[in-house]
Unconditional design. Sequence first.
Length: 336
Amino acid sequence: SFSLIFFVKNRKNSISSKLINKCYFSSNKPKFEFNNHNNFQENGTPKGNNKPKFDSKWKEILGRAGPNKHSHVLAIEQLNSGKVVTANKINEILAYCNIKTTNEELKDLLNTPCFILTNLNQKSITKKILKEKLGLPNSKKRVAGIYIFTHLTTGGKYVGSSSELSFRLNGYINLTHRESGLLIPLLKKEQLKNFSLQIFPFYENYIKNSEIVLEQYYLLDSNFTLNTFRVANGSNDEKAVFMYNRDMSILYYYTNEEINLIKNFNIHYTTFIRHLNKGTYYLGKYKFFREPVLTAKVKDISYTDLAIMLEKDRVKFRNKPSRPAAQGRAGSMSPH
């Protein structure tokens, strides 16, 4: 690999001798066999090398949910196996969105040249480089690919993909993406100076959905500890909902259709959507999520008992002497 060093012209059009940003071009390949580090302390750093374990009840739940949810189990099993990641394995995991690849195509994707930005806090320079390489956000020039953020202190990584890299990365650089997962809160807390950004743009070797395939490959590498899920997000129109406790260590309820949650447990649609989109807690206790968190323990509770528990929690929530105004009404279908 080789590196290109970018310099900036000052207002007098002279070239500054101060290094502003580095942009490395390489064709780095990930390791094929991984040790899992997918466990976190509260500060977001890895706390151990134990492989992720999931409650055996998840297989029954995800089996009912269809192949797209079963993909999460396949991904965790692959991660734990230490086996070589093949095109066939990626095809199994991505079967839910009908994306397929071959070993030759995968090999070609892994040889995609990349460039690395090391001083992301120099926003004007970073944006200039992204404009030169990827075009402007919302421009006619749309470059697909994947991107990898690396936390310089812990070495934790995050991989994502986009069919329009310029638009997606602009949101990260401006810190305008909605706060969710592990990466964005860490970016907003520590700012861009503690991260490097590696970008794999597809110029010549792009085949439809190549970015999803390559993202999925890296998601099976346990070094990517800032990724919450191990399945790449392809096109998925399902309205599945999982209801967890606050830290998502317990799963109380799953449905493949959100209307079931709303009707069966007397939850107003507006309340449900607000908490789902904002990541806030229903009745101060429950978190709605679209994806399975396989480390959660599946609560053995009947629908009737869960409905009774929720109604009791509504009473407690309403009777709190002082509750944050942001929580609003408890969310019952009743007028109050």
